[in-house]
Design a protein around this ligand. Structure first.
Ligand code: EPU
Length: 416
């Protein structure tokens, strides 16, 4: 069990490199199953969710080597289509392997995926869409048994632009001989990254980044060498950390095009955002300004994953703010720990009201999910005194080394 010991109230100044995107790397690693040729994936973050994906690939029979941020996968000899319960439960994105294994082997047996404690996370849209596209899926308790008996050309309209369901359809259909259109598709940049990788392997997909994705019949897939996009949620973490702590930081690799609303909101709370050649410079002086109302929405709306970082900064804003969560039904768990640090927050699972205080104080707090845990680190870096954040295992799922990065910016953080 790891803890972060953070001595707060230091300005954040300096430069940091933004790691590769977790939510792009995971479906891309699943996609490597669609070819028997070697794939080389650069800029893969060294995080525990990627380790879990590598274990799943190896468990299915793929040969995988990892060298720093480069993962080589050769899925020439796939000898299993079963993903065991212990691996499925290690991360929510294990569900991505359903579409990929079905697309490759025509059969898959998985368990319901695990994930963060963000509330109910059903996979009904994944299952219903894959069924419409020709998969026979039987659910027996926690076990899901799937056979791809035919591939159908269909138009699928998602009831909600689910990121995972959109990716699963792309993965199952990319290498099949059918024509599929996904309406109301998720528009996240990570979906564009998956499309780019699949097309490099030989797929014929267009429209990612819009709400209509078109998948056309493709020939046999080859290998591909690809560099994963920068992690816009990690870049957001450090941007809001600067907003809360004050200072000036250069985030090398942050992609401003992926983060328009994240940066617009930062500007509204009084933080400067300056686009530079290879990244973004963030500067903040004094307390953040309060925000009348912000609501999380699917991309290009304000990301649910960034909501905890914004709330952490708003705890010390110069007034009252309201934050509304519309994507997950239990994503304010971290606010109980912010209150231990002196934050004044009221509300329910849907909307919270934050009364800004001049400063937070150190406390013993516990990460309960990945992004909520990172929000506690931001709050601790801005607070007076010493904070101990426990359950750092959650944070390791998505950050290569949050203390290394924040220490580079001048924070005082020790992992014990
Ligand atoms: N939903 C359903 N049924 C489904 C699928 C989704 O009801 O079949 C609901 C979910 O319960 C949730 C909403 O739809 O309320 C959105 O879920 P979505 O499927 O879009 O999310 P996801 O694919 O499970 C990805 C990211 C999350 C990010 C969300 C929203 C990955 C690996 N995960 O999850 O990232 O919060 O999209 O943008 O891409 C994180 O990185 O910390 C993280 C949680």
């Amino acid at each position: 069990m790891c803890e972060l010991v953070i001595s707060g109230r230091r300005c954040l100044c300096g430069e940091v490199d933004i790691q590769g995107s977790k939510n792009a790397a995971l479906p891309i690693l699943a996609a490597t199953l669609l070819t028997d040729k070697e794939c080389v994936i650069h800029n893969c973050p060294r995080i525990t969710d990627v380790e879990a994906a590598v274990e799943i690939l190896r468990g299915l029979g793929a040969r995988v080597s990892v060298d720093e941020n480069t993962v080589c996968v050769c899925a020439a000899n796939i000898d299993s289509n079963v993903i065991p319960k212990n691996l499925m439960e290690r991360m929510r994105s294990s569900v991505m392997f359903l579409g990929a294994v079905l697309g490759r082997a025509g059969e898959a047996i998985i368990c319901r995926p695990g994930g963060c404690r963000l509330g109910d996370r059903p996979i009904d849209m994944h299952i219903n869409s894959l069924r419409r596209l020709g998969a026979k899926i039987e659910e027996a308790g926690d076990c899901i048994v799937c056979h791809l008996t035919e591939t159908r050309s269909e138009n699928i309209t998602l009831l909600y632009p689910s990121v995972g369901a959109t990716e699963n359809i792309m993965l199952m259909c990319a290498a099949s001989g059918s024509s599929v259109r996904i309406f109301n598709a998720a528009r996240e940049p990570e979906i564009v990254d998956l499309q780019n990788f699949l097309n490099l392997m030989g797929a014929r997909i267009c429209g990612a980044g819009t709400d209509c994705i078109i998948i056309r019949p493709a020939g046999k897939f080859g290998g591909a060498e690809y560099t994963v996009m920068p992690d816009r949620i990690v870049a957001s973490t450090y941007s809001y950390a600067v907003s809360a702590c004050g200072g000036e930081a250069y985030l090398r690799g942050a992609e401003i095009e992926h983060m328009k609303l994240v940066f617009e909101v930062l500007k509204q709370v009084g933080t400067e955002v300056i686009k530079e050649d290879e990244g973004v410079r963030i500067a903040a002086f004094g307390r953040p300004k309060s925000l009348n109302m912000i609501k999380t929405l699917p991309y290009p709306g304000f990301p649910t994953d960034v909501q905890p970082f914004l709330s952490a900064a708003l705890t010390i804003a110069d007034g009252e703010s309201r934050v509304c969560e519309t994507i997950f039904n239990s994503r304010f768990g971290y606010t109980e720990d912010l209150k231990k640090m002196g934050a004044v927050i009221d509300g329910d699972n849907h909307t919270i009201e934050i009364k800004g205080v001049p400063a937070l104080h150190g406390a013993n707090v516990e990460a309960k999910d990945l992004r909520g845990g990172a929000a506690l680190v931001i709050a601790a870096a801005a607070a007076e005194g010493i904070t101990v954040v426990s359950n750092v295992e959650y944070i390791n799922r998505g950050y290569e080394n949050i203390e290394r990065d924040l220490t580079r910016l001048g924070a005082d953080i020790l992992r014990i």
